[in-house]
Design a protein. Structure first.
Length: 222
């Protein structure tokens, strides 16, 4: 694998220059804003929320690197940052909501990672303009949202918002190349902005479980 190979898969990039994708690069500011808001609003709740905020910022770093450098190694860094966020979030969700132990939750996440990889390989790499790699994440998010709605009722609102936004953002990512003739900037930058909102909503959803558990521990009659 040539890690220095240039990658040109987005509508906005029409040259190999560093800032050939200004909208795609600058829209990653959304992830940094989301990271700051997560830290500000939930950072005092524990190390996992501080880590979640840091990983949100890491997603922004990986993405802005890819949309400026546009090489194979940058693409790997971008994808890996997203994967780490997903794995960490799923592990903490299973601990906070499903009440699994750390080891059991981690084993579940490893199974998820393996299953996701197998599912991706069942489709052509360029299916849905490359968005097929996010199909396992979409299915998992919808499953989580359904689970929370059934078991926790009103606590599902942040997850409903995250699910709706992710469906829209995934559609925008998928249509990026097809809109080039009429919208040269493409739609990938909207994927970034909406996903920044998705990550914040997921953090807010997780915070709902931790705050509820705190109230129960402080009030034995809750």
């Amino acid at each position: 694998m040539d890690l220095t190979r240039e990658i040109d898969i987005y509508c906005e990039r029409v040259s190999p220059e560093l800032f050939a994708e200004p909208f795609n690069a600058l829209s990653n500011i959304g992830f940094f804003v989301a990271a700051v808001l997560l830290l500000r609003h939930f950072g005092r709740r524990g190390w996992d929320f501080r880590t979640l905020a840091a990983l949100t910022g890491l997603v922004g770093v990986g993405s802005v690197t890819f949309h400026t450098v546009a090489t194979q190694w940058a693409a790997i860094a971008d994808t890996l940052a997203i994967a780490i966020f997903i794995w960490f979030y799923l592990q903490r969700f299973l601990v906070h909501h499903a009440r699994l132990g750390n080891y059991s939750a981690s084993a579940f996440v490893m199974s998820y990672a393996l299953t996701s990889r197998l599912a991706e390989r069942a489709f052509p790499e360029d299916a849905w303009n490359g968005s097929v790699m996010y199909l396992p994440a979409l299915v998992t998010l919808l499953a989580i949202t359904t689970w929370v709605a059934v078991t926790k009722g009103r606590l599902c609102l942040p997850f409903l918002i995250a699910s709706a936004l992710f469906v829209v953002s995934l559609a925008l990512r998928t249509m990026d190349e097809s809109v080039c003739p009429i919208f040269p900037t493409g739609t990938h930058f909207l994927w970034h902005l909406l996903n920044a909102c998705v990550l914040y909503a997921l953090g807010a959803g997780l915070a709902g479980f931790t705050s509820r558990r705190r109230r129960r521990s402080s009030n034995p009659h809750y």
